[in-house]
Ligand binder design. Structure first.
Ligand SMILES: C[S@@+](CC[C@H](N)C(=O)[O-])C[C@H]1O[C@@H](n2cnc3c(N)ncnc32)[C@H](O)[C@@H]1O
Length: 237
């Protein structure tokens, strides 16, 4: 059976788990997730005075790291869970956060030079819409960093066994661990994700694997659509 990613259900799940989200992240990643996020953000090399949108910002790790590493950039974190945003603001009082849906981003075309989305796309039912929204708000040649689970390899299977074990120990939150497992197993490989972004008009720039590829980051760049090869425009001709 496929994973139910009804946006209302996903939103209420994150509202519910917000309070222990960071602790669980530390537990299931053996404390490595923050370092991985740090290395990814650093790789972006954000230019001063750039506008950055951190999508599905959750408790704001990316937003905070961008503020810290590139203090001359302006970053806004968006997420549809009020409880996750509340924690993000507590962790980073100077950070700018906004409650918003990534499939209907409340910003105009080409407002941002960079976008980041970490462990977010996997939870979005209408992935093509989110990708087209990221394309829309990025300026031409704008850069996108996407981070999530990567290849389904041996280490990833060990992770699955560990999470299954947590399901048995923490029976009250078993459904959330089960969702994590299912969404991870159904999530496309990094190559498939890159291809989804390329179909929208992004150019693949680089890929960085962590923990033997269990976690994977990809950097892509928005290329302006040319008249004649724009599939969206063609539909209306
Ligand atoms: C797994 S958390 C990732 C949080 C953070 N980026 C990190 O790496 O720790 C996923 C986040 O995406 C948010 N989310 C899921 N679907 C969304 C949507 N359609 N619009 C906005 N936020 C969404 C959830 O509320 C949740 O905070």
């Amino acid at each position: 059976m496929t994973c139910d990613k009804n946006p209302e259900k996903i939103k209420s799940m994150f509202e519910e788990i917000a309070i222990y989200y960071d602790k669980v992240n530390n537990l299931i990643s053996f404390g490595t997730h923050y370092l991985i996020k740090y290395l990814c953000v650093k790789e972006l090399n954000i230019k001063p005075r750039s506008m950055v949108l951190d999508l599905c910002c959750g408790t704001g790790d990316f937003t905070k790291l961008i503020n810290k590493i590139f203090p001359r950039a302006k970053v806004i974190g968006i997420d549809f869970s009020a409880n996750m945003l509340k924690l993000a603001k507590e962790k980073n009082p100077k950070g700018v956060f906004l409650q918003a849906d990534c499939t209907a981003i409340p910003f105009s075309e080409r407002e941002f030079n960079y976008a980041t989305i970490g462990f977010g796309l996997r939870n979005i039912e209408n992935r093509p819409k989110a990708i087209s929204e990221i394309y829309r708000i990025l300026d031409n040649d704008g850069m996108l960093l996407h981070l999530d689970f990567g290849n389904h390899n041996k280490l990833s299977k060990i992770f699955d066994i560990f999470v299954s074990l947590l399901c048995k120990i923490f029976k009250d939150s078993a459904q959330h661990y089960e969702y994590l497992l299912k969404s991870k197993q159904e999530f496309p490989t990094p190559e498939e994700i890159i291809s989804e972004f390329e179909q929208e008009g992004f150019k693949f720039i680089s890929k960085k694997d962590f923990l033997f590829g269990t976690i994977s980051a990809q950097i892509m760049q928005k290329k302006p659509k040319q008249l004649g090869i724009d599939a969206h425009l063609l539909k209306h001709l």
